[in-house]
Design a protein around this ligand. Structure first.
Ligand code: WQD
Length: 337
């Protein structure tokens, strides 16, 4: 399996995965509608890898353009990142999320099927575990959605399960990311959220660089040791490497397989602030604020299945995640602009 199409390949996890694919001698083609990312990220990836990557500005809702892409190249497999992922926005604009994420994926699968391309790695999310009442979470936990974004991920997982059940020529890996953070050690690519960041780490780095005044800690009355929410933060490069391992797994024709990509360790919001301050010798001013609706108290992964079946284990520490996130932010105070 050599030629890989990466949808959403100019995004945060997509760009880091493209870099790892190139380092593993894959031929990569990237498509993205550049709605939530910038082509500059791919230019940086080309510079870092000293390799060219064909890019096509295509929206998954443009099925004829998608078909044209599959007529131009003979892909062996697809890694599918493209999709909208802001939880809050999905609550305000559910139709946008269902159309973009689900119809887009249906178009992709139909065109793949028409072209006999049946190896797929799908970017899923721990959000399909809903509001878990205990952690660590294995891949067999009950699944539910607590917002339209999570519902799109869950629905796509069911679509792919039904597709593979109907046609056993498909080999599909569902990767459930926990909380990807950090950046490539060069600091040349990283997380570049639009507007005010929803997620903790980019908010912390923007406070640290002076773009934002202070961090609001959403709730300090959770049933956790320090009262703040606990999550499984994982370095984005570890997540990217997980995709290489998932592609290799598909060579064994496993049918449909599902893996948690996390570290198996939980860290609270205050742990993250402390780790960031220690790693970078900066102060993060913060205040306690009310809980954010829909937030779980504790959510972290049981990663034993991915370790066993993918021969993959997260390597980077919280310190390295914080150091690399800060390196990216200081080298790129306004992101890819
Ligand atoms: C982490 C912790 C917050 C911001 C979300 C999506 C999930 C995935 C990852 C796409 C929580 C606290 C946050 C802030 C805070 N995205 N926090 N102040 O909510 O675990 O997951 O992003 O796949 O689908 O749901 O990540 O970074 O938003 O929050 O206190 O300004 O930080 O309450 O405890 P989350 P997060």
């Amino acid at each position: 399996m050599k030629s890989i199409l990466v949808t959403g390949g100019t995004g945060f996890i997509g760009s880091h995965t493209v870099l790892e694919l190139l380092a593993n001698n894959y031929q990569v083609v990237v498509m993205d509608n550049l709605r939530n990312s910038k082509i500059e990220s791919l230019k940086r990836v080309e510079k870092l890898s000293n390799m060219h990557v064909d890019f096509h500005k295509i929206d998954l809702l443009d099925k004829p353009a998608l078909s044209g892409l599959f007529n131009k190249y003979k892909f062996d497999g697809v890694i599918h990142f493209a999709g909208l992922k802001a939880v809050g926005e999905s609550v305000e604009k559910p139709l946008l999320y269902y159309t973009n994420n689900i119809t887009g994926t249906l178009n992709l699968c139909e065109v793949m099927q028409e072209n006999q391309v049946k190896n797929l790695v799908f970017s899923s999310s721990a959000t399909v575990y809903g509001n878990p009442d205990q952690s660590p979470l294995t891949e067999n936990e009950s699944l539910s959605a607590v917002n339209p974004y999570g519902q799109t991920k869950l629905t796509i997982e069911f679509i792919l399960k039904d597709l593979q059940h109907a046609d056993s020529d498909w080999n599909i890996s569902l990767l459930r990311y926990f909380n990807p953070v950090g950046a490539h050690k060069s600091g040349d690519i990283g997380e570049d959220p639009h507007g005010i960041p929803n997620n903790l780490m980019p908010f912390i780095t923007q406070v640290a660089v002076g773009k934002l005044k202070e961090l609001s800690v959403f709730g300090n009355d959770y049933p956790t040791p320090d009262g703040t929410g606990i999550r499984d933060y994982i370095h984005v490069v570890d997540v990217a490497i997980g995709h290489i391992k998932a592609l290799e797994k598909l060579r064994e024709k496993p049918g449909l397989v599902t893996y948690n990509l996390g570290t198996g360790k939980g860290s609270s919001v205050l742990d993250m602030i402390q780790a960031f301050e220690n790693a970078n010798s900066v102060k993060i001013p913060y205040k306690f604020a009310p809980r954010r609706p829909g937030d779980a108290a504790i959510c972290y992964a049981d990663v034993s299945k991915a370790e066993r079946e993918l021969n993959w284990k997260a390597k980077y520490s919280l310190q390295e995640m914080c150091r690399d996130a800060w390196n990216w932010q200081t080298k790129n105070p306004t992101g890819f602009d």
